[in-house]
Design a protein around this ligand. Structure first.
Ligand code: PGA
Length: 252
């Protein structure tokens, strides 16, 4: 049985005191029970301090990006082993903001995915189409291409220790959420694509939805058979908003 994963992507927000308060608020309100995990992905400078704060709790820690290289002369980059070293378990790779604004190709994303796994991190691979691509009927071919680059590089077996996040670009930070049915259609397609390579890996893979997910729409999305959690931006910046989604997962 797949467990829900509720992941907060803080993006480039916060401060040292603000992030400590946010984590304290999340820890104080973490729903009890099983069948779900809760994860926060703060900016790099705050990871070490937050690793100390979440130690011994059920709250998991991840980063928002990682280098595809192991170590060396890569000024400004952060190696996968460094993230593991300070207590991160997860790392987001291929977020649409990184693909669009920092020119990350699907090949580079695949290299990051592999480097993360080699260091013992679980990559959360983001895929999703823009509004133009959706309107021109290219949604499936876009996610197929983005996933295909990683399947080709890492092999299907690698998806047994990875997470996929379907994030339609038109829904990110816009307040326009995909309907549960729109999201389910793509999630089902993604699982079917992977099933074509390995039925068991596809059945065990967690596929998160991301794009304006919030307390009010979480239960409807999480009720869909192929939606296994959420990658949450805006609504992860306030403990109460984020906990509303975690609570929806705990109840579903
Ligand atoms: P959003 O962001 O929840 O603010 O739409 C989601 C994401 O970019 O991961």
């Amino acid at each position: 049985m797949r467990e829900f994963l509720i992941a907060g992507n803080w993006k480039m927000n916060g401060s040292s005191t603000g992030s400590a308060e946010l984590v304290a608020g999340v820890l104080a309100g973490m729903p009890a029970g099983s069948g779900f995990s809760v994860l926060v992905c703060p900016p790099f400078p705050y990871l070490s301090a937050i690793a100390g704060q979440v130690k011994g709790s059920a709250l998991k820690l991840g980063a928002q990006n990682v280098s595809e290289h192991e170590s060396g002369a890569y000024t400004g980059e952060v190696a996968p082993a460094m993230l593991r070293d300070i207590g991160c378990e997860y790392v987001i790779v291929g977020h649409s903001e990184r693909r669009a604004m920092y020119g990350e190709s699907s090949f580079q994303v695949a290299a990051k995915f592999q480097a993360a796994q080699a260091a013992g991190l679980v990559p959360i691979l983001c895929v999703g189409e823009t509004l133009d691509e959706r309107e021109s009927g290219a949604t499936e071919s876009v996610v197929d291409y983005q996933l295909g680059a990683v399947i080709d590089a890492a092999g299907i077996g690698a998806f047994s220790s990875a997470v996929v996040a379907y994030e339609p670009v038109w829904a990110i930070g816009t307040g326009k959420t995909a309907t549960p049915e729109q999201a389910q259609d793509v999630h089902k397609h993604i699982r079917a694509l992977l099933s074509g390579h390995d039925v068991d890996v596809a059945a065990g893979l967690r596929i998160l939805y991301g794009g304006s997910m919030k307390g009010e729409n979480a239960a409807g999305l999480l009720a869909m058979p192929d939606i296994d959690g959420g990658l949450i931006g805006g609504a992860s910046l306030q403990a109460m908003d984020f906990l509303a989604i975690a609570n929806a997962a705990a109840r579903t």
